[in-house]
Design a protein around this ligand. Sequence first.
Ligand code: FES
Length: 377
Amino acid sequence: MLSAQDNRLLTETAAGTLMGALFRRFWMPVLLSSDLPTPGCPPRAISLLGEDHVAFRDASGAVGVLAPRCAHRGAHLADGRCTPAGLRCAFHGWTYDRAGQCVAAPSLPQELATDALMPQLDLGACPAIDSGGLIWAYLGPPQFCPPLPRLEITTLPPEQLALSRVSLSCNWAQCCESALDAVLAGADEPPAMLTMLPHEAGLVIGAARPEAAGLVQWRIGQFLMPNHVLSPDAGPGETQHGQCWVPLDAGSCIAYRYSWNPDRALTEAERAAHEAPDQPAHAPRIALSQPPIIDRSQEHLGPSDAGIERVRRLLLDAARAMSRNQMHVSAREPEAFRVRAGRVIAPQEHGLAEVMRASFGDIYGRARAGAAQDGDG
Ligand code: FES
C-alpha cells in the first residue's frame, strides 16, 4: 500500500509535480510514425503530461512538436496544413517552422512584419524524433535533454517492427502496474520464486513456477524508466513485445505497444496481430475494472506483488531525488534500454541470474553485441 501523499506523488505528472518533473527528463512517445505518414501530411493535436501540443511532419520529412495555439489569435494549429514553408494556420496563414518560429504573417502589413517583430512570434517547440516506428517528444529543460533511449526497436528496420496503441480512461501508473502483473499471469497461485535484478535502466522481474519434474518456467519481464514494460511472452527466438504507458492527464493514458523480432521481418499474420487498431480489448483487464486513480492506501498486497512495490519505490525515490536536482542514472544510459524479456524453461535449481545468462547471454537481458557479463545485481 501507499500513503495518500505517495499515491498522489506516483500518479500526478502535470507541470509542477515531482513525478511530472521526472517524466519530463525522458523522451515520451506521442504518436505512431504512421500517424504522420508523409511529408506535408495533415498535422495532429496531441496531449502529454497535461499539456497540449501540435505535431507535424514538414516538407523535408522531419517531425516538429509545437505549442498548439497560433500567435495571431489563438487558433489551434491542428486545423492548419503543412506547406513547404512550415505549418500554416487555417485562418489567416501565419506559418511556423519546426522550431516554432513564425516565418510568415501574411495578414500583417509589410511595415509591421519587421525584423524586430518576427523573432518575437515564437511559439516554442519541443525536441522531436521519429524512431522505431514512434514519434517521440522531450518536454523537459533543454539543457538536460538526454539521448533517445536505445530500445531495440530504435535499432531495427520497419519490417521487423509492429506498432499499435490503446487509449485508456485510467491513470498511467495502474496501467503500468497491470502490465507488470503479466509477469505473474495465468496462474492462481503465487510463483515459487520471484526475483528482481536492478540495472541502470530499471529492473528485470522474473517469476518461476513448476513446469515438469526438475524444471520450472520463468516468466521474465523488464521495467524500464519511467514507464516501459517488456512482456514475458516471447520464447527464445520469438517476437518480443513491450509497452510504454504515457500519461495524457491524471485520469487517462495511452499505451504505445511495440513488437519486434531482432532476427527477421515480421510475417503478415504477425503484423496483423500486433498492429490491431486501438481497442479496449487490448487494455489490461484490471485497469478497466479499477477507478481512474485507485486509492492505494486501501490495498492488501502480498508477496506476488513485490515487483509492483519495487517499481513504485524506484519511481517515488527517483521523483523525490528530482527535488534535490538528482536525476536517475537511466536518463544518462541510453544503451541500458536495449534489453529483452521472455519465458524460459530451466532447471529448478538455477537462479534468475543464471537463467538470464544462459538464455540471453547477459544477466540483464542486454541485447548489445559484446555486452559485458556482469555479476549478480
Ligand atoms: S488565428 Fe492563426 S493566422 Fe489568424
